[in-house]
Every structure is written in C-alpha cells, then in structure tokens.
Design a protein around this ligand. Sequence first.
Ligand SMILES: [Zn+2]
Length: 866
Amino acid sequence: MKAHRSIVRSLFAVLAATLLCPATGEAQEIPSPEEFFGHEMGADRQLARWDRLVEYYDTLGVLSDRLIVEHVGETTLGNPFLVIYVSSPENLGKLEEIRRMNAILSDPRGHTQRQIDDAIENSKVVFVQSYALHSTEVAASQTAAEVVYLFATRTDAGMEEILDETVSILIPAFNPDGNIIVTDWYNRWLGTEFEGSGPPELYHHYIGHDNNRDAFMQNTVESQYGAAIIFRDFVPQAYIDHHQMGPYTARIYLPPYAEPIRPEADPLVWREMAWYGAHMAYKMDEADLQGAIGSAIYSGWGHFGFHWITPFHNIAGMLTESASARLATPLYVHPDQLRGSRQFPEYEAQTTFPNPWLGGWWRVRDIVERQIIATFSPLELAAKNRETVLRNAYNKASRQTQRGLDGDVKAYVIPAEQHDPLTMQKMVNKLLGQGITVDRATRGFEHEGRVYGRGSYVVSMAQPKRGLIRWLLGQTYYPDNSYTRDRDDNPIRPYDMSTDNLAEFMGVRADPVGSAVVAAMTRVTSEIDPSGTVSLGTHGYVLDGRLNDSFEAANRLLASGASLSRVSSDGGGVRRGDFVVGPDADPAAVRDIAEETGVDFIALNSDASGVTYPLAPQRIGMYQRYYGGNIDEGWTRWLLEDFSFEYTSIMDDEIQRGDLHERWDVIVLPADSKRMMTEGGGGFGGGASTVPPEYRSGFGQEGLDALDEFVENGGTLVMFAQAGDLALDEMDVPVRNVLDGLSSSEFWAPGSTLKMKVDNTHPLAYGMPRNALATFLAGGQVYQTVPGARSADVRRVATYLDRDILESGWLLGEEVIANRAAIVSIDKGEGSVFMLGFRVQHRAQTHGTYKFLFNALVTQPPKMMR
Ligand SMILES: [Zn+2]
C-alpha cells in the first residue's frame, strides 16, 4: 500500500509541474533513436543501456506534450524505474478524471447508472504495456524507445485517433537492473568467441526469470510498482507484456492463448484477447512479416505473473513472444531446425499460422519490427471501439460481481484464530495488494455453525475480482483431460504450478461459506501493520515459536547481543520451540523489534532454564553457482534477508578449500541438479565450452569430499528437493528417494499442495502445526529409510498421509508417496543432514513451511535434548 500511495501522489505532482510549464514541442526537434543512440533500435550487436534509455525518455518527456515520463522509485539495485503515460495533451491534462471514471467502470459497486453512462461516454481506454521483464530477451527494451518516439512524433490520422481515444501506460523496462547486467555482459564479450553467451548470474539480483512469477505475491519492489498501476490505480482495459521465446519455432506468438484456459474469468476477457490478437496478426501479414501465430504454444492456464493474473482482474491480459537471436547477435536458423509446439503440431501453414517463416538469418531488428506492430495495432482497434471497450469493462465487472452474489461460495472467512496470526495478516495485505475488497469484523460472530473472533477478515465474492479470489483462496484441481495428456496418455506439464492457492501456500485457514456473512464489519482501507506488545517478567520474555516473525525478532536480538535460548519441551509457561529472551535485553531494542516485527514480548515469570538451550549466531553459507545463476538460490537469499538471517554466499573455491566446519555451522544447497553443482555445464546456448572459462563452475569430487567431512565434523548440511541427490548418491545416507526412476505416468505432482503429518517434537519442525501442506514441484524427492544398521540415524520430520494426499493441483500415483517421508533428518558423524524433499521456501511464497528452513538455520539442541 505504500507503493500505491507514492505512485499516485508523485504522478499528480508531475502533472502539476507539467501544467505549470507547458511543453515546448514546437521549439526543439525530437531526436530519433538513431540520432540519440547512434544506431537504429535493434541494429546488429548494439544494445542501448538503461542509463542512456532513461536520458532519452527524459528528453522526450520534456520535448513532447504527448508524454509524461515518471520516475516512480528505485529498483532493487537502485536504478530508476520509469512509467510513461501517453495520450493527447488534453487527455494528459485530465488524467486524474480519466482514472476516476475508469475506476467506476472497473468497480461499479455503489455508483449510479448515470455515473456509469457518463464514464462510458467520456472516459478513455486505458492500455498498459510492459517491456523487457526478462532481460536476456533483449529486443523489447530497444523496441520501447522506438515506440515512445513514434508516439511522440507520428502525425497521421491513425495516431491522432489513438491519442484522442486511449491512454497508454508504458513500463519501458520491467527489470531495469537486468538490462544493465545483460548489456554490460554482452559488450564485454563482443567480438570474442563468447559473444552472445548468457550472463553467469541471475539477471534480477534475487529472482532472475522468476520475476514473472511474482505478480501474485509482489515480493520485489519492481512487482510492487507494476501492481500499483495495474491492480489498483488504473485497472486498465487491457495489458500486454512483450517477451521472447526460443529461436526454432514461430517468429512471434500473439494472443489468444492455447488450451487449457483457467476458468472463472468473465468470458469477455478471452474474447477480447482473441479480438486484439487477430488484429495484431492481421497487421503483421499486412506488413508482410512472416511467422505470426496465435492460439498455440502458451496455454491459458499459466502462472500468476502479470499477463496471466490480469484476466481475473477483468483485464484482457496478453503476451507476445518473439523468437530470439543470440542476445544482440544475429542467429542463422536452418529450415531443418524449425518445429511446432503446443497446439502447433506441424511447422507448416495452418489457420492460426498461414504465413510460415522459412528460415535464414534472424536479427533483433526483426523482433523490434514485430513488437512495434504488436504494440500499436491493438490500440488502433481500441481507439475505433472506445465506447464498446469501456462498456464491456463495466459489463465484466458487474457480471463477475453478480456471479459472486449467486455462486455456491459467497465469501471466504479468514478467522482471527490462526496458527500464525501475523502470517495471516501478511496474507490479507497480499489480497489488498491485488485491489481485492476485504472487511474486518469489529466484534466476534457466528456463521454456519462456526464461531469467529473479533479481527477475523471477510472476503465477499460479490465483487469484480471474484475470479481472482476463487483461485487465491479456493481449492484448485488442475484439469486432467485430452488437453493435458499426450497421445500416449502421459500427462503434459502445466506451464507452471497447477495451483496458486495463497492460503494453502501460507499455511493460513480461509473458510469458504455458502451464505453471505452478516456481522459488524469495517472495510480495510490500508495495509495491516501490527505492532507487538512488550511486558517484562522476572525471567525475561517469551516469543511464540509458532510465529515466523519470531525468527526475525530472534535474529535481530542475537545481533544486538541479547542472550537468547530456545525451549525444547513444553512446561512452566513455555512451549516447545518458543524463544526465551533474558531480562537484561536492551529495552529500547526490544521495543523497536516488537513494533517492527509485530511479535509480542510476553512476560516470563518462571525459570525455564531446565527446558531451554542457548542460541548463538550461526555462520550460514549459501552455495551459489554460475551458468545464469540458480533461481531457487536467489529466492532463498531474498527470504533470509527478509527475516534478518545473516549469511554469506559461497562458491566452489570456498567449498573446495575444505575444513568447512571451521568456518561454517550450516551450509545450504538450494534446489539444483547434482550435475550443475558438481560439474556445471549447460547454460544458455550450449555446453560449458560456450561460457568464458572464469565463469565455469562445479565443485567436483573435491567439493563432495569437503561437504562429507563438514558433516562428519559437526556441520549441518541443508538440501532442498533434487539437491538431495548429493547425499543420496555420494554420502552414503541410509535413505532412498522413492520417486527415483519413475515416469510421469507413475508419479506426477506438478506444483501441487500435498497433505503431511508433522512431528513437531523434532527441532526441525518446532513451531509447526501437526498437519501442514507441502508445495511439491517437479524435482522434489520423497524418502524411505533403507533397512540396515544405520536406520536408527534417520528421523522422519514430516510424512505424507496414507491416502487423500492431494489438497490442490494435480496428483497421479499417490500410493507411491503414501506414508513416506517428505522431510528427514539424518545424524551423520558429529553433524546432521537435513533433507527437505520439497522447496519449503518456494519463491518466498510458502510461508506455511518456512519454519523447516528457519529451524535448520538456528542453533540445534544438544543431542541429549532431542
Ligand atoms: Zn520472457
């Protein structure tokens, strides 16, 4: 909500300034990209860097009265994040009025028919387009500069109509940091044998390519800027995100999506995508640009990134995907290399692909030309049909609201009574971030036989975003039918997860109810920002070990030098997993930490020393590799920083040095294949030989030996999902992965939530509820102890149920994992191996299982206390 306020306020500050000093478009000529950058956009081996692009946009912002260039804030690495508003000078002068009218159409609740008719008659179509979210897809950051230039200078009747009837909001680079990382890398190797190789690191500092998976939770600042515009401030009528795909299929994918689609959006959004997409393709062939395809390759059930979540905001949320070159280097595509894809079985002419490209040299300029047409053609259509588009914005919103009123589920109630109430409040904030209406009960109430306390939240389905609420809070079954099976009946992998249930990921209870809730409620109008209470007892304070945020409080207390201990069994006013803070902790630090984390510091008035063990800061090593980086590693860093865990990133040389126990207490191996960790290779565009030698990684046998010795000498080794192969194959642990060697028809759980029992007497599960959900992805592991002398060293920390294991998503072969371990801890020598068979911290979304990681990173109890 902070981002929300700042964007609106700063935009109207810019507007006021614009009105005070009218633009001087007549006086000075607007430079073309070629004049400004010294080359055409998309020219071979040329990439404009973000700092120069910003200068260009700022220059055009001053010279053209059709543009407002806004610096909305800083990116993750401190670069400017830009949003550009484009329309006629008259429309730009009344942007707030247009925003207000569009808000009526996207949420007509409480407005009169007259206000609605007035908005349809007088407002403008709002269209958001974003470029360069994925930074190795280099064309779009260049296209955007030419697009802005054309907006500023074209004087034809078509452009006049677009400017008069529409407002475009452009995000010229959704990840500016990545443009800089990739441009500098590209230029460094230009003219060498490594020209066109991919950068060694993640092109978003934390989350790389997964920045398109974050619209859903808005963990990064870039996602927050985008969400403020698309979900709350402007809720546009359409949104297009311009990407690139692999080089060997169609030249450009255009809307609509292929099957299957995710149901529950208003049907008009799918019709609008087909309508805009058909016009884009029509204009593509009018210009004789070959190779455009629609209704193929990208299915309509994707992840909840911006272009796939927007249909559930009643926005025509679209994607374009152009074939890639080798960064900015031309690529020769031999006709033999061209092939089909999903719902595009043969690379030959068909109704959605009447004009095949026949191969040859492929250049960034080819992409730029297609992206320019894909940008302007839907605007032409919207401009000619302004009233229809606006009326249908109203239709979509009002019909979805009516469906919510009539549907079987009338609301979701989020009880105040939760295992981790602070995480529940974070979930409510994420719903608010989507622009969903949420009410809070000001008194306790009873509904459908259940009692809910004061402070429970109610999310009514009778609102325009009901489709979104259904997927974020409702149980989800991915379709299993002929669209999701191949000819041999093998399941086809969903584009991403098979569920995106926020409540399940976060471990929060949300009850669907079949009748409207009648209770004393107030609307929640700003982000919840809880503040913890402080009450000092004779023996200090207790922090509730069930709260994720207690770990942040503990980390900050340890860093401040406070004495801290952890409870290993219930009794005497404390509970296993709680943190005990000594009475001498600095009161000012305690007050600050309580206020900022929301954790209550509860008075401890009895001596708990018989059931506690001391905590000390741990030396945590996070393993990192090259070859484009490892997204799971980046997300883990993001999460550790969010909860104030101190860590150090370590690479091969550090592991290979040996004597690791002298420098580290815990080493974390994020989800990754054994081959990538030990041998490296692969990466963008071929094997290790395509990568400059100093950026080849893999710690080899030397590293494996060092990690084994680390554990024998008392270290804690933590492995997520497929990283467990390192222990299974190389460390002689007495467990096996029951999924090893199974085909997709024998076991299949592509991004599903699975039910497990948790042994919360084990230190790795302290503070967890007895029942929890694992978020299981491809590459996950499930463990069975191997009979033998060392089986006593294995403890099952979490175990899948014996039947009815699926909560949401898709699961085939549940008998394979029934009653098998999701997480095991293995004693080995003086140390421990923690094998977390699924990503407990997946994309910083699975708050419900963070504690398995956090517990692994704090001091372990002495073995006699376990
Ligand atoms: Zn992409």
